[in-house]
Every structure is written in C-alpha cells, then in structure tokens.
Design a protein around this ligand. Structure first.
Ligand code: URA
Length: 249
C-alpha cells in the first residue's frame, strides 16, 4: 500500500495532505525518515510513525442502512436535522454516506470510511445500477414507461432509466420500479414529474447486486467481504437478508 494512502487510512489527513507530511520529512517507516511519496508499506508489518507517533490504519467498515424518511444523508446538517449517522451506534470509525438519498427518500443507503469504495460505487462512470420503487400519482401507461426509457429532459440534459416497469396499481396511483445508472439530484422525482406523474413515496431497494433483503426501516448491518468485493467488481451476488437494530441508547 502507498504510504500516503496508509496515512489517509490512519485518519491523519487527506491523501494530498498526507503527501505533504511525507515531503516535509515528518513520516518514518521502521525508524527511517521517508520523503519519497511513492514509498510502499506493508500495513501488517511496517511500523509507521508521524512526528514520532505510531499509526494504525483505521479498519474499513461498510454498512448497509435502511434509511427511513426524515433523515439527511450527511455527516452533519447545518440546519440541525437528524442525520443518517444518528441511526447508527458508534462503530469506532468515521463513516460517511456513499452518495445521497433525499430527506424524504427511504431505503438502501451504504456508509463507509473507505473513500475509494465510495467513489467507485457512487460514480456514474462505473455504472452501478440503483433500483427505486416509486409510488407515483396517477395511472402510468406504456407510453409513460417508454418516455422514462427513452429519456426525459431534467434541467437541460437527458435523464434516462435503464429499466422501468409497473409493479402494481394502488387505486388511482401506480407503483413503478425504476433502475438508474446515473445519480443526479432528485433524479427519480424529476423524471416522474416530467412525465406527469409526481412521486408520492420513494424507496431505494437495491444498489448493484445488494438488496435490502429483510432489513427494516432504521436497521443496519455490516457488509461481508464478498459483498464489498461484488460491488467493486460489479458482480452479481445475493444479499443476506438478516438485519440488526440499533441498540437502544
Ligand atoms: N432520486 C430521487 O429523486 N431521490 C433520491 O433520493 C434518489 C434518487
């Protein structure tokens, strides 16, 4: 592992700041000052210090949360609203959400302390499919579905669903399942509004190969190594259904 990455993983600083620390001669590996940014270290064997202080890389955690409505997907909210982190116990690392769900959107949200993983999963270039179940106003017909699949204009650019189907009718309303590879702000809500069927309720049910399974709103669970790997590789793996409740505080 690159030394700067090790320092970042140890929670010292961002990768760029870590490189500065190395250049400034503040970092030692096995007692030797190292100033070459490209130095490789073995986190299991090498002894790394910053300003003489020994460092341990922070363990990587990957969490799946079934986000209820009413929580913001940020680490801190300047308006003081509850955040998704309020739903988790202290797991000993600084987690942040992978991408965003709107305040009122429910469902599958991943959190991690691994920046590389987050970029890989959230970036549209990597085409991680995200599946949403949307209760929309009115009766969507085949034409409406085709418009979602062909693409609708959202803020001057074309937004397109990879897949879209009608799951159920609820009185005068329709439940749609929509799969996106993009992740623009309020994309599902805007696309449905553009075809004349505003969203009444929105839930994300899958990210890549992972599904919510039996996880109930407000519950979380840790991802297994295989699940993390399957997201990074874009491979299909079944999701484990069991969930954990946040311990009472
Ligand atoms: N699309 C939306 O409109 N909202 C979300 O939270 C996620 C996708």
């Amino acid at each position: 592992m690159r030394l700067a990455r090790f320092l970042a993983a140890a929670g010292v600083a961002s990768r760029r700041k870590a490189e500065e620390c190395i250049r400034q001669g503040r970092v030692s590996v096995n007692g030797q000052v190292v100033t070459r940014v490209a130095t490789e270290v073995d986190p299991g064997r090498d002894r790394v210090t910053l300003d003489g202080r020994p460092l341990q890389p922070e363990r990587r955690l990957y969490v799946m949360l079934n986000k209820p409505a009413g929580y913001v997907s940020t680490v801190h909210d300047p308006q003081g609203r509850p955040t998704v982190l309020d739903l988790l116990p202290d797991l000993g690392v600084r987690l942040f959400p992978v991408g965003r769900l709107d305040l009122d959107t429910e469902g599958l949200l991943l959190l991690t302390n691994d920046g590389g993983f987050s970029q890989r999963v959230a970036h549209p270039r990597h085409q991680t499919g995200k599946v949403y179940e949307a209760l929309v106003q009115g009766r969507v017909d085949g034409d409406g579905l085709q418009r979602l699949l062909r693409g609708v204009m959202v803020e001057g650019t074309l937004a397109r669903a990879e897949r879209a189907r009608i799951v159920a009718r609820q009185g005068e309303n329709t439940v749609l399942e929509i799969c996106l590879h993009e992740g623009r702000k309020r994309q599902v809500r805007r696309m449905c509004a553009a075809i004349g069927h505003p969203v009444l309720r929105l839930r994300r049910t899958a990210v890549g190969p992972l599904t919510l399974g039996g996880l109930r709103p407000g519950e979380y669970r840790l991802l297994s190594e295989e699940e993390v790997e399957s997201l990074l590789q874009g491979r299909r793996r079944p999701s484990r259904p069991s969930g954990r409740r946040r311990p009472a505080r």
